[in-house]
Design a protein around this ligand. Structure first.
Ligand code: SAH
Length: 218
């Protein structure tokens, strides 16, 4: 590594450290989640022209009208999903650039992530491969109904908002499993769905703003 690259590496490690401190002040307490966000180079998932803003608490454009979620929301959803325990199989709907999937790779044994837009799928797959992340399986698919051939999952995360909760998706949770997702159109809220032996428990959490879930592959 030449000194220029070493310099960039050190700067981003420091900036990442500041992001972690900010997440703590925003109320994230799960140390495993904070460690995961500290170890994933967020700037690597963003085009170079925007990389100086990679660790700010904003969503940023990743092309094709889509965005990388802000660090707080990635941390918050991961914390809710994990609930203090190591995860087994996890599904993410809406890979985007692959950042949330990279974070999940530290929190779960196997991560399945689906993206409907082909160029985003290709870029995320390459980025995760280049970062030597081997427990994330990226698929080019419509994840509206989840991922049949990977189910059931201990955790499901949606990175795009549906107008309503789909029964098909709920059915892909294992008993004891948890799903975190935004629901709504103009006004959206984060929901936690827990599958218990006797049925599903739904809890409405905070207001959020996500890109919409769209049908079909593109
Ligand atoms: N997880 C990303 C956020 C990506 S934004 C991150 O780490 O930052 C949400 C993504 O969901 C977009 O890339 C969008 O194309 C995708 N998406 C929307 N509807 C979808 C569907 N039905 N199936 C799969 N992906 C979908």
């Amino acid at each position: 590594m030449n000194s220029l690259h070493a310099g960039i590496g050190m700067t981003s490690a420091r900036t990442r450290g500041r992001m972690i401190e900010r997440l703590r002040t925003q109320g994230i307490t799960d140390e495993t989640v904070l460690a995961a966000l500290n170890s994933v180079p967020r700037h690597a998932f963003i085009e170079e022209a925007l990389s100086s803003r990679a660790y700010d608490d904003f969503s940023l454009p990743i092309g094709h009208g889509q965005t990388i979620s802000q660090p707080y929301i990635v941390a918050r959803m991961s914390e809710i999903l994990r609930n203090g325990k190591q995860l087994g199989r996890v599904l993410e709907v809406g890979t985007g650039c692959g950042y949330q999937a990279a974070v999940l790779s530290h929190l779960a044994r196997e991560v399945y992530t689906v993206e409907r837009i082909q160029p985003l799928y290709m870029r995320a797959k390459k980025q995760l491969f280049d970062l030597k992340i081997r427990n994330v399986h990226v698929r080019h698919a419509d994840g509206t109904l989840g991922l049949m051939d990977g189910a059931p999952f201990d955790g499901i995360i949606m990175a795009c908002a549906a107008p309503a909760l789909s029964q098909a998706l709920k059915e892909q949770l294992s008993v004891g499993g948890r799903m975190v997702l935004p629901i709504g159109t103009q006004e959206q809220f984060l929901y936690l769905i827990e599958r218990e032996a006797s049925g599903f428990r739904e809890t409405r959490l905070e207001a959020v703003k996500f890109v919409p879930l769209l049908m079909g592959k593109a």
